[in-house]
Design a protein around this ligand. Structure first.
Ligand SMILES: Nc1ncnc2c1ncn2[C@@H]1O[C@H](COP(=O)(O)OP(=O)(O)O)[C@@H](O)[C@H]1O
Ligand SMILES: O=P(O)(O)OC[C@H]1O[C@](O)(COP(=O)(O)O)[C@@H](O)[C@@H]1O
Length: 328
């Protein structure tokens, strides 16, 4: 093995830079050249890349975003795109490619695999923590802290006005962020896809705990953390429908992409460093079509094809505690 490529793909996540740094420094230790593709798989298809030397990754560990830029790439969904990606990897004489991204990006790698003679390895980087085969993904811990900071501030004003607030968090179709940030913020109610769909016809399911809490505590602040894509029409529509049913105004706050930015917290920098380094070491050992993940603090290899097979389960203990005990 002489030359490897690396790219960041899909939603960017704090810690991706720390991971790029670990890949480059570890590769240098093994005398491997590194090429970094820009804008995810687009840079691979367009041959838009740069050489990455240790000096290029100095002092990037503390920065959010990704120095390689990230993107989604429609062309890779086609066979022609996958063939072209493999052709570029061959043309640049790359023996392996490290893909830092989520399960979508790993499916992209699987699409390239039949056409490529080299090795492919994934490193889980997404705020959503929805990748199976690793306890945590790079960026999740930072996103939780960012969400918490925002929810704590909303609590202050909600307390002052004794208002009901709905705070929408990201996660695409996963409730990991909502459950974790909701628990840590002491939210009275958490709504996420894992709890089953909520429609206008089933609003009583959400109203009953609010009314119960109001009965016990009188008028006071009440925070519902809502995972995105939980309600038809979104969280603003949910706030309007709840307001109409309760006869009390409910305010909505959509946190949005703030959750993707910012300095990675220590846990993300450490995870990113460990997994980036491990990915390169395992490539040298011959790993192919694997993800470098971490389970019970051990770096592990997990088949790329299985990372998106099952929905990663949110913690059933916390779910039960939230629903039975914290909701009052
Ligand atoms: N089934 C697929 N076939 C080929 N490429 C895919 C596939 N799914 C995702 N990709 C590639 O990976 C990119 C990132 O995937 P996406 O799901 O948006 O993000 P993430 O990797 O964070 O889950 C897509 O824009 C596309 O280029
Ligand atoms: O930035 P976009 O394209 O609007 O994507 C938003 C989505 O990206 C995420 O922030 C991260 O998801 P991925 O890592 O799977 O790309 C999701 O939580 C959110 O649903």
């Amino acid at each position: 093995m002489k030359r490897i490529g690396v790219l960041t793909s899909g939603g960017d996540a704090p810690g991706m830079n720390a991971c790029i740094r670990a890949v480059v420094l570890t590769a240098a230790a093994y005398n491997l050249d590194v090429v970094g593709f820009h804008h995810g798989y687009n840079g691979l298809l367009d041959e838009d890349y740069q050489t990455l030397l240790p000096q290029h990754v100095q002092h990037i560990i503390q920065h959010g975003g990704t120095i390689l830029k990230s993107a989604r790439c429609k062309a890779l969904y086609t066979d022609a795109g996958a063939v072209q990606a493999a052709q570029v990897l061959h043309k640049l004489q790359l023996d392996a490619l490290v893909i830092i991204g989520g399960d979508g990006s790993f499916r992209g790698a699987l699409a390239i695999a039949p056409h490529y003679h080299g090795q492919l390895i994934g490193v889980p980087g997404t705020i959503d923590n929805d990748v199976d085969g690793t306890d945590f993904t790079i960026g999740f811990a930072t996103a939780i802290d960012t969400a918490l900071d925002a929810i704590d501030k909303i609590r202050d004003t909600a307390d002052a006005f004794e208002r009901i607030f709905l705070v929408e968090l990201m996660g695409r179709h996963s409730g990991y962020i909502a459950l974790s940030a909701g628990i840590a913020a002491g939210a009275e109610q958490i709504i996420c896809p894992e709890f089953g769909p909520v429609s206008k016809a089933q609003l009583t399911k959400l109203l009953a705990p609010i009314q119960h809490a109001q009965l016990l505590r009188g008028k006071s602040s009440y925070i519902m953390v809502v995972a995105e894509n939980s309600y038809p029409g979104g969280t603003i529509a949910l706030a309007e429908d709840l307001s109409a049913e309760l006869g009390t105004e409910c305010r909505a706050c959509i946190l949005g992409h703030i959750q993707r930015g910012g300095k990675p917290v220590g846990a993300d920098r450490i995870l990113a460093t460990k997994l980036g380094a491990y990915a390169v070491e395992q490539l040298v050992n011959g790993a192919h079509l694997m993800m470098a993940g971490e389970l019970n603090q051990q770096a592990v290899l997990y088949p790329l094809a299985q990372t998106g097979e099952r929905t990663k389960q949110i913690d059933p203990y916390l779910v039960r505690w939230q629903q039975q005990i914290a909701s009052d």
